[in-house]
Design a protein around this ligand. Sequence first.
Ligand SMILES: [Zn+2]
Ligand SMILES: [Zn+2]
Length: 338
Amino acid sequence: MTQLRRDPIRGHWTIIAPGRMSRPQDFKVEVVEPPKNGPCPFCPGNERLTPPEVESVRPVPSAADSPGWVVRVIPNRFAALSLTDGADETLLQDAGELLRSQPGVGAHEIVIATPEHHRRAANFSVDHWDTVLATCQYRMDQLSRDPRVKQLLLFENHGAQSGASKSHAHLQIMGLPMAASASQQRLVNARTHFQRHGRCLICDVVAKELDAGQRVVVADDAFVAFAPWASRLPFELCVLPRPHHASFLKVPPAERRRLAAHLRDVLSGLETLFGDLPYNWMLHTAPIHEEEPRALHWHIEILPRLGPVGGYEWATGSYINTVAPEEAAAQLRALRGA
Ligand SMILES: [Zn+2]
Ligand SMILES: [Zn+2]
C-alpha cells in the first residue's frame, strides 16, 4: 500500500511507493561526465582561462591567479546574475503589471573546491571540507554587505545528470535580489508555524525526528542528518544544526568544523552505497535582513539523482519516491555500524 505524506518544511506531497526499487543495487548509477571542451579552466596552471579570482586559500603565499591555491573563488563567467553588468534593455521591453521583470542584478561565484581534477567532494578530508566551508562563509558574508543582495544560496551540482557543466569539483554561491521563489513556501510555512505556536518549525520537526528515530542517520549535540518524512527522491537527506540558528553566516568555527565532518560522512556514505552518484546539495539560510530570526533555521538538503524526474512531478509539484525514507536511513545507519 502506498502512502501520501506532506512535508512540513517545504509543503509538497510525496507518494511513498516502495517495492519496485528499494535496494542500492536496484539503481543503475551511470557515471556521466560533463562534456569536455579543451583544457579544464579549474585546474592549476589554467588560471588565465577564468576571470580574475576574488579569493583564494594559499597555504604558502603565492601570487593571485597562479598555482599554489587549495580553494579558489572566481566570478562565474556565465553568471546568471551580475552586480556589475548594465541592465539588458531588450529584456525589459515587456515590463508591465502582467509580465513583470527586473534587471538580473545579483552575484554568481564559483568556488573551485580542490586543485585536484579528479578529487570528488565525498573524498575530501574533514580539514579540507572545513577550509571550503570557511571560504564559502567568508564570501557569502562579503556579498551580504551589498544592499542589492537580499538572499544567499550555496550549492553543489555533481555529475552531468545533476546539471554540472564541469567535472572538476566546484560549489556555487548566488546572491539573489529577492527571496528565491523555491524558498518562499518554506518561509511562509516557517513564519505561519512561528505565529501559531511561538516556536521554530524546524526545531519542532527535529524534536519529532529524534523522538521517532527511524529516519535519523546520525545525530550528536551539534548536528543531525535524517531522511525527511516526505523525501521527494530516494535517499534524500537533510543536515542541520540542532541548536537554533537562522543564518549559516553566523556559524562559529568550531561548529562549522563539525558540519564539515557530517557533510563529508553523509556524502561518502552515499558513495559507499551507489559509487560515484550524481547529486545536488543546497544550503538554505535566512534572508539577509530577516526580521524574525527565531522562525527560520538554516539547513542543507542533499538530493541524490538516482533517476529522472518526470511529468507527474512537473505537473503536480509532488513526487513519487520508491524508497521509504525509513529504509534509506536504515541502510546509511548500517554503514556506520559496519
Ligand atoms: Zn580540472
Ligand atoms: Zn530552529
